[in-house]
Ligand binder design. Sequence first.
Ligand SMILES: [Zn+2]
Length: 232
Amino acid sequence: MSKFEPLEPVLVLSPHLDDAVLSCGHFLYANPSTTVVTVLAGAPDALHEGYNSKTTGKSYAPDAIGVRRDEDRKAMDFLGATPVWLDLLDADYAAYRPPTDYGDVIQDEIGRVLNETRPMSVFAPLGLMHADHLAVSEACLELAINSPFTWYLYMDLPYGLASRRVLSRRMATVSRRVQLVEFDPYDGEPGIKQRAMGLYASQYAPTRQSFRKGFDATMRGTERYWRVDAPL
Ligand SMILES: [Zn+2]
């Protein structure tokens, strides 16, 4: 394996407002001026009871997402990254999505942002555990084929550390479609991810509660990245 040194500028695609920090926080801290695009950072104009209202205390969806965007801005400032928020809806707001295939919408929007920003390297989630992560990952794998950019997948944390079975299954599925080149585990400064994640005040406790072992290992631990090469 070799050292992970992607060419800059780097653009990280984050399914939700916090995933880039959970999964790539050490890389972001060591490589300031990275752009972080959160794909599912939109809100319907509606009152909605669900995950976002429960964690933020706001029933009006734009207020709930407003709280989460404020947290993201603070974390991005701390890491020296630039946030971009797409107005697409996460699974909590699935009832407000258009009746068309939302995977196509996600793919189109990511493609549009990449054409505007023209990074050298794009990071996408491997796509573990959560339907939104899988949807973003699938859209990215489609875009990665015949792409002018160099694509990398990152291990979704804490999910990848919470279940080795889910990780190896998804690795096997993706490896049948593209060639994955693995790098040395990526370690960062101790305490940095904990501090950055602490800025997501509404998310820290619920995420830790759901995945305690994987979450604590994520705060200490190693990030993992693979380069996506041409289809086999
Ligand atoms: Zn997520």
